[in-house]
Design a protein around this ligand. Structure first.
Ligand code: HEC
Length: 193
């Protein structure tokens, strides 16, 4: 996997150009959250989640004449369960050929790792991260594993996101806990054939 890292960095760069609408979402103007001000912490988390690209992969999109934009009614709810993906054509993804494929919503990803689906990050208890503690959230992103211990698959860029400070990851967690819970059971990854 290690030699493929540059491809993912390039992909992330492409994605950020692909979804300019996300960049238009406003931040908190750089204000620092106070320790005792939960609403400032949530605002800081919203700002970080916006500028660090969580929506690129974790939010379903609406298709407009200007291209895909985040579906405000399904923010960060992951790959929609009803959005079935077609089988990956044989021999398309191989060394010297294509490195991967993704769906129009950028929520399902095929590569040498099989097919991965962006997780539901809303606070729904059953299908999202509603049951996760703050410590479990930070540990998952720092170690690149689900709380159950399964390694997180590409293209989740935990190697980079995991370098955020505790304060920033706590703020993202606080923001994620503040958004509406959406019931959406994201499919399990499909192992490579
Ligand atoms: C380039 C796409 C991409 C970006 C950007 C991205 N993620 Fe992910 N993320 C994924 C995918 C795909 C998975 C599922 C991986 C798997 O199933 O192993 C995932 C999984 C996760 C998980 C594990 C959830 C679970 O239920 O196990 C967390 C937590 C997470 N992402 C948080 C974030 C946050 C927070 C951001 C923004 C700071 C972010 N991700 C940005 C693609 C991305």
């Amino acid at each position: 996997m290690r030699e493929r890292t540059p491809v993912f960095i390039a992909l992330a760069a492409v994605l950020s150009m692909f979804l300019p609408a996300i960049a238009a979402a406003s931040g908190d103007g750089g204000k620092r959250p106070g320790k005792t001000n939960p609403s400032a912490q949530v605002a800081h988390g919203k700002y970080l989640a916006t500028v660090s690209g969580c929506h690129d992969c974790h939010s379903p999109k609406r298709f407009t004449d200007k291209g895909p934009v985040v579906d405000e009614n399904r923010v960060l709810s992951g790959h929609p369960a009803e959005d079935k993906v077609p089988p990956v054509p044989k021999d398309l993804i191989a060394p010297g050929k294509w490195g991967g494929l993704f769906t129009g919503m950028l929520t399902a990803w095929a590569g040498p790792w099989g097919v991965s689906f962006s997780s539901n990050l809303t606070p729904d208890r059953e299908t999202g991260i509603g049951g996760w503690t703050e410590a479990a959230f930070i540990k998952s992103i720092r170690t690149g594993r689900t709380p159950g211990g399964r390694p997180l698959l590409p293209p989740m860029p935990w190697q980079f996101i995991g370098r955020m400070t505790d304060r920033d990851l706590k703020a993202i967690y606080a923001y994620l806990k503040s958004i509406p819970p959406i019931r959406n059971m994201v499919p399990d990854p499909i192992p490579p054939k």
